[in-house]
Design a binder for this molecule. Structure first.
Ligand code: NDP
Length: 294
């Protein structure tokens, strides 16, 4: 995978933002580590296709520099900010307002300006639902879902599924307390369950990091393949590798397999829309991202 040159490291005093041409508008992604982020590729591809004189940079920011960083966003007229680990909660005290999604999740993945106010929002859940509908062409309202995992990604997905009026949601997670906490975001028909309930669900979503390249769980399945059924739609939020062990098993038995690239691109597309007021060229971005990861 290509690495991006535009990573500005923080100095000991403040967070430095890169210089741009005076006419150029800047957006950034902040987090730590940041050098493997695909966000610069996604947004710079979208800006180029949209013929916008915008530029997007990755800035490495640690938790203890987040206040300086948001001050810098205000002073440097940064027009859009994507926020990633470990800053999604840490940025909240320094913003002027939170959207309903960010407030319920207590996690911000994107910051935009509303007049003179810096607003924190979260596009992960809506991005997931948009990508699922775009890739399957199906109406998900009333459908049953199994969510494996109860971390930040799982919580945003569960909340968005509630908004999309799906049917029963079953949450399966190693840590039971976290599963119960996540279940509160799903509304009435949401339960904590076990992997044995997976065969009864139409949609099965892996929202754990199991299967991700470069981790101790690389090459592993989040649950036994014996719980998969051919009528199911299996989505893996892990996008590196694109074809995860879970998706390979799903394809083997003839189930529908959906990669995490769709959510990645759709959540970014919603950010792009908030910042520029334009629709993002989703299919072009998706093609570009897949070609870079492969
Ligand atoms: P978190 O760290 O918040 O949550 C991790 C989850 O994975 C927890 O539920 C954790 O369980 C579970 N988990 C991790 N290791 C194991 C294991 N060995 N056995 C059982 N459960 C395990 O991470 P996120 O929610 O932010 O991200 C999860 C995945 O989703 C990542 O791979 C991330 O890259 C991906 N993602 C993809 C996006 C996309 O756009 N496609 C967007 C956001 C995330 P426990 O609670 O028990 O610790």
């Amino acid at each position: 995978m290509q690495l991006y040159k535009s990573v500005w490291k923080e100095t000991s005093a403040v967070v430095n933002f890169p210089e741009t041409e005076t006419s150029q508008i800047m957006a950034v992604v902040i987090g730590q580590p940041i050098k493997h982020s695909l966000s610069p590729l996604i947004h710079n591809t979208a800006f180029a296709i949209g013929n916008l004189n915008w530029t997007y940079h990755a800035i490495e920011v640690s938790k203890d520099k987040v206040q300086d960083c948001i001050k810098g966003v205000r002073e440097n007229n940064i027009r859009g900010v994507s926020v990633t680990m470990p800053l999604k909660e840490a940025v909240i005290p320094f913003l002027d307002q939170l959207s309903e999604a960010a407030s319920e999740l207590q996690a911000v993945n994107c910051i935009y300006w509303d007049d003179k106010k810096l607003v924190g929002h979260n596009t992960d859940g809506e991005g997931f639902v948009n990508s699922l509908i775009a890739e399957t062409g199906k109406d998900i309202s009333g459908s049953s879902f199994a969510i494996i995992g109860a971390g930040g990604a799982a919580r945003s997905v569960i909340r968005a599924l509630r908004k999309a009026s799906v049917g029963k949601i079953t949450i399966i997670n190693r840590n039971h307390e976290k599963a119960i906490f996540a279940a509160n975001l799903g509304g009435g028909d949401t339960d904590v369950g076990t992997a044995a309930e997976i065969p009864n669900c139409k949609y099965v979503i892996n929202a754990t990091s199991i299967g991700m390249v470069g981790t101790e769980n690389e090459g592993m399945l989040p649950f036994s393949e014996r719980y998969l059924r051919s009528h199911q739609t299996i989505v893996d939020l892990v996008y590196n590798p694109i074809e995860t062990p879970l998706l390979l098993e799903a394809r083997k038995i003839g189930a529908t397999a959906i990669t995490g690239i769709g959510m990645l691109v759709h959540q970014a597309a919603l950010q792009y829309q908030l910042w520029t007021g334009m629709n993002a060229p989703i299919q072009d971005i998706q093609r570009k991202v897949i070609s870079e990861i492969r």
